[in-house]
Design a protein around this ligand. Structure first.
Ligand code: S5P
Length: 262
């Protein structure tokens, strides 16, 4: 796949979704392919962390349903930080229901995800209708969707024909699908997509609950992924998040540079 050796800024031209183009351009400009998974449970902690690490990331990934004191003010502040530091917000909602239900879950309720999250994601277990339903809400708002083609956790069932069919739906809906959550780039696709890989760690191999970690070099150079998603490796116990964010940013960017030259 020749696109593996193309710069993010070059690849931006080949993607259909405007948000995907903007994300790739931002990555090249900020020189970062690091996304941080901010899995903390209160507003103040999350906002303080994001303000510190914002300069080093292209995407901040949230799980807003774990925030104890979630409110609209949190969204306003997070949005302000995304403009201040220039990153995109990815709500890792992992939708998994029929099209009609996910439309409601995406647009309504307490979180109103579509109104503020640039990117969200879904499982493909319900069938193609999940992509169609989310697209009806998200496309007019300029949002982008990632399909969970694989998972980083031990024993994941997202393999083989499940993964293959997921790729087909992304191709078919490449106006809204910007890419995949997966551990590797998928070869022989007609369109270009952004691959985002969670399960990234420089120091440990797992977490005792099935999470499996690989290094930025392994996923980006050996497996052709584009963006590393790092959570506890950055803010876990005893870590200095600014030091770690810079360390992962450098590891991710070096790996990307190595791939370009290889
Ligand atoms: O397959 C997956 C998909 C996702 S989005 N495996 C994952 O770990 N994730 C998410 O990435 C997970 O929900 C968490 O927010 C993050 C990994 O966090 P870490 O602390 O293990 O780095």
């Amino acid at each position: 796949d020749a696109r593996l050796n193309h710069k993010f800024s070059q690849r931006a031209n080949g993607l259909k979704n405007p948000l995907a183009k903007a994300l790739l351009a931002l990555m090249e400009e900020k020189q970062t392919n690091l996304s941080v998974a901010v899995d903390l449970t209160n507003k103040a902690d999350i906002l303080a962390l994001v303000d510190k690490i914002g300069p080093f990331v292209c995407v901040i990934k949230t799980h807003v349903d774990v925030i104890e004191d979630f409110d609209q003010d949190f969204i306003q502040q997070l949005t302000a930080l995304s403009e201040k530091h220039r990153f995109y917000i990815f709500e890792d909602r992992k939708f998994a229901d029929i099209g009609n239900t996910v439309k409601l879950q995406y647009s309504s309720g307490v979180y109103k995800i579509a109104s503020w999250a640039h990117i969200t994601n879904c499982h493909t277990v319900p069938g193609e209708g999940i992509v169609q339903g989310l697209k009806e809400v998200g496309l007019p708002l300029g949002r982008g969707l990632l399909l969970l083609a694989e998972m980083s956790s031990k024993g994941s069932l997202a393999t083989g024909s499940y993964t293959q069919t997921t790729l087909e739906w992304a191709e078919k809906h490449n106006d809204f699908c910007i890419g995949f959550i997966a551990g590797r780039r998928f070869p022989n696709l007609q369109h270009d997509f952004i691959t985002m890989s969670p399960g990234i760690g420089l120091d440990v191999k797992g977490d005792g609950l099935g999470q499996q970690y690989r290094t930025p070099h392994e996923v980006i150079v050996n497996c052709g992924s584009d963006i590393i998603i790092v959570g506890r490796g950055i803010y876990g116990a005893g870590r200095d998040p600014v030091v770690e964010a810079q360390r992962y940013k450098q590891a991710g960017w070096n790996a990307y540079q190595e791939r370009l030259s290889g």
